[in-house]
Design a protein around this ligand. Structure first.
Ligand SMILES: [Zn+2]
Length: 123
């Protein structure tokens, strides 16, 4: 499959769950939104994204992506990319489900869509 990078096509602004990343253009399903770059830590932080066992990356954009139980994107840990899981319309927020990706969140929180506490894979 051929992925096209759409890195310039985002803005960071205030959203329903706080500051988040929003599409400024329509994006097809299965598109690499961006590749994450940065320091790899062995413990999660509030802004890290888990990319492997005990590997948590601090990326400027990835760290701004909010959780959603019905997300628009997912993390591909193997190549540290964020990929759209459905077509995203201009103005929609980029989100991923932290429970699919993070073993244990540094900062568990109550999800605004379902009112459940989101703690990570390990519950
Ligand atoms: Zn929810």
């Amino acid at each position: 499959m051929q992925y096209e990078s759409v890195l310039p096509h985002f803005e960071i602004k205030e959203g329903i769950q706080g500051v988040g990343v929003f599409a400024t253009t329509d994006i097809p399903e299965n598109t690499v939104l961006f590749t994450m770059h940065g320091k790899i830590l062995n413990q999660p932080t509030r802004t890290s994204v888990q990319v492997g066992h005990d590997q948590h990356i601090e990326d400027k954009i990835g760290g701004r992506v909010n959780h959603a139980c019905h997300p628009t994107a997912r993390v591909n840990q193997a190549d540290r990319t964020m990929i759209s899981v459905r077509p995203i319309i201009k103005g929609e927020e980029i989100t991923f489900d932290y429970r699919e990706n993070e073993d244990k969140l540094a900062n568990p929180f109550v999800c605004k869509c379902c009112n459940k506490e989101i703690r990570g894979k390990q519950g």
